[in-house]
Design a protein around this ligand. Structure first.
Ligand code: XMP
Length: 493
């Protein structure tokens, strides 16, 4: 008694996720029986449909290893020089545990000038020359430095003992057993060539153990964590691509806000010709015609969304884009016929949005703001009005563009930069290792209500008109949220 998707989305309206609601179907299986396994791109399976955005306040090493451990993936942003982006990919691929602290390195004679020198880590490593490749001589802690911050001491003055080392190919259980067996509080992870990769502490082990059990991790055929990275569409991005391939990247996203361009087609053709076994994801697109052009040049995945992101101003500035529910439905119903997985990119604030994106045809959702307040996002927490927050910024914001991301929004080297995004903050959400499993449980419950025990089944139920939906009026949207209370505590888990 509702509308079929084909009928609802062909009436000339641009619908967002919040505009539409599914009608429930029939349940004959428990929520735990819902299988969320999916594909990031043609050749890369995932066990959960979650992808972290290629944004410089979202996806670097920590996000990549945590996402891969959970069974999702992260796309390393390209708002940095190619060598640094490739180093992040290499760093993520060199780990086998679900977390990374990304410690800084100092020589004994160095001085720490500000807390930012520690990055987001609590400890830094002291080596003979200050490089990760030279001999370790000790450790410094952020709290020791803070206690001495009024004095100007070189790090050798407050350095602690060198920790024991563990091979970096140890998995989480091996690391835990080693620390417990030796009664150690901390150890360094060391690669085959003797390079120090990270520090792990007994505290980290206890923290991870308190989180829900991890799913099946995303591994690439080389047995390492699956890691993606973004490139732009300029000539110099061909060199970036070479750096990334040498670093072991598994999948590359060609990052443009309007992907139906000659520049993107040329880049996809170049990448497919040069590295035929590398999966290339194109985008962003919101129409079938745009998707058709990407499919013609052989993309292995399509990223959908224009102006739906929380920090986006593209629709206001350029008057171009599409409501995300309509965009995901339209592009997916076309791309799925060619077996090309769709990534629904942007506009995810709740688990319900994820359910809608997936049922409307997407294989995964790509998230920025949903992940930017996590421990794994780059940057440090700050206090804002008594609340812990992290910075989150659009890659089309003026601030990000001054670091190079203007390629995504301009396509050439225009002199006058016009922002298509904002700089913001998001609240602390803790670790994704905790909140993503809860979110996935909520998604399973949504799919259960729709009688879909897997994503292919959900897509099939929608395509065959078994699943129906309706547009929510403004009042229905108010009714669908918490309302009419003088106060309430919003806690999801
Ligand atoms: P969410 O809603 O998850 O959106 O925060 C993340 C997605 O937004 C896109 N993005 C931008 N779009 N201006 C835009 O119009 C920007 O500055 C900008 N930065 C990111 C991108 O697709 C990302 O995955």
């Amino acid at each position: 008694d509702g509308f079929t998707a084909s009928r609802l989305f062909s009436q000339g309206f641009s619908y967002t996720y919040d505009d539409v609601i599914f009608l429930p179907h029939y349940i004959d299986f428990p929520a735990d029986a819902v299988d969320l396994s999916t594909r990031l791109s043609r050749n890369h399976p995932l066990s959960i449909p979650c992808v972290a955005s290629p944004m410089d306040t979202v996806s670097e090493t920590s996000m990549a290893v945590a996402m891969a451990s959970l069974g999702g993936a992260a796309i390393i942003h390209c708002n940095t020089i190619p060598a640094r982006q490739a180093a992040i990919v290499r760093s993520a691929k060199s780990r086998c545990i679900p977390f990374a602290s990304d410690p800084s390195f100092f020589a004994p004679s160095d001085f720490v000038s500000s807390a930012a020198d520690f990055g987001s880590a609590s400890f830094a490593i002291v080596t003979e020359s200050g490089s990760s490749k030279s001999k370790p001589v000790g450790l410094i802690s952020r709290s020791d430095w803070e206690a001495l911050a009024d004095e100007d001491y070189p790090v050798s003055k407050y350095m602690r003992q060198t920790p024991a080392s563990i091979p970096s190919n140890y998995d989480f259980e091996q690391v835990a057993a080693f620390l417990a067996g030796e009664g150690l509080k901390m150890a360094s992870l060391v690669g085959v060539d003797g390079e120090i990769i990270d520090l792990v502490s007994a505290e980290d082990v206890v923290r991870i153990r308190s989180f829900p059990k991890l799913g099946v991790p995303s591994l690439s055929p080389d047995g390492k964590f699956l890691v993606g990275a973004a490139i732009g569409t300029r000539e110099e991005d061909k060199e970036r691509l070479t750096h990334l391939v040498k670093a072991g990247v598994d999948v590359v996203v060609v990052d443009s806000s309007q992907g139906n361009s000659k520049y993107q087609m040329d880049m996809i053709k170049h990448a497919k010709n040069t590295y035929p076994s590398l999966d290339i994801i194109g985008g962003n697109v919101v129409t079938m015609a745009q998707a058709q052009n990407l499919i013609k040049v052989g993309v292995d995945g399509i990223r959908v969304g224009m102006g739906s992101g929380s920090i986006c101003t593209t629709q206001e500035v350029c008057a171009v884009g599409r409501g995300q529910a309509t965009a995901v439905y339209k592009v997916s119903s076309f791309a799925n016929d060619y077996d090309v997985p769709v990534i629904a990119d942007g506009g995810i604030s709740y688990s319900g949005h994820i359910v809608k994106a997936l049922v409307l045809g997407a294989s995964t959702v790509m998230m920025g703001s949903f992940l930017a307040g996590s421990h794994e996002a780059p940057g440090i927490y700050e206090y804002q009005d008594g609340r812990l927050v992290k910075k989150y910024r659009g890659m089309g914001s003026l601030e990000a563009m001054t670091k190079g991301s203007d390629a995504r929004y301009l396509g050439d080297t225009l002199k006058l930069k016009v922002a298509q995004g904002v700089v913001a903050t998001v609240a602390d959400k803790g670790s994704i290792l905790k909140f993503i499993p809860y979110t996935m449980q909520a998604v399973k419950q949504g799919l259960q209500d729709l009688g879909a025990s897997s994503l292919p089944i959900a897509h099939d139920l929608l395509r065959t008109d078994v699943l129906q939906l309706e547009v929510r009026t403004g009042a229905a949207q108010v009714e669908g949220g918490v309302h009419g209370l003088s106060s309430y505590e919003k806690k999801a888990f």
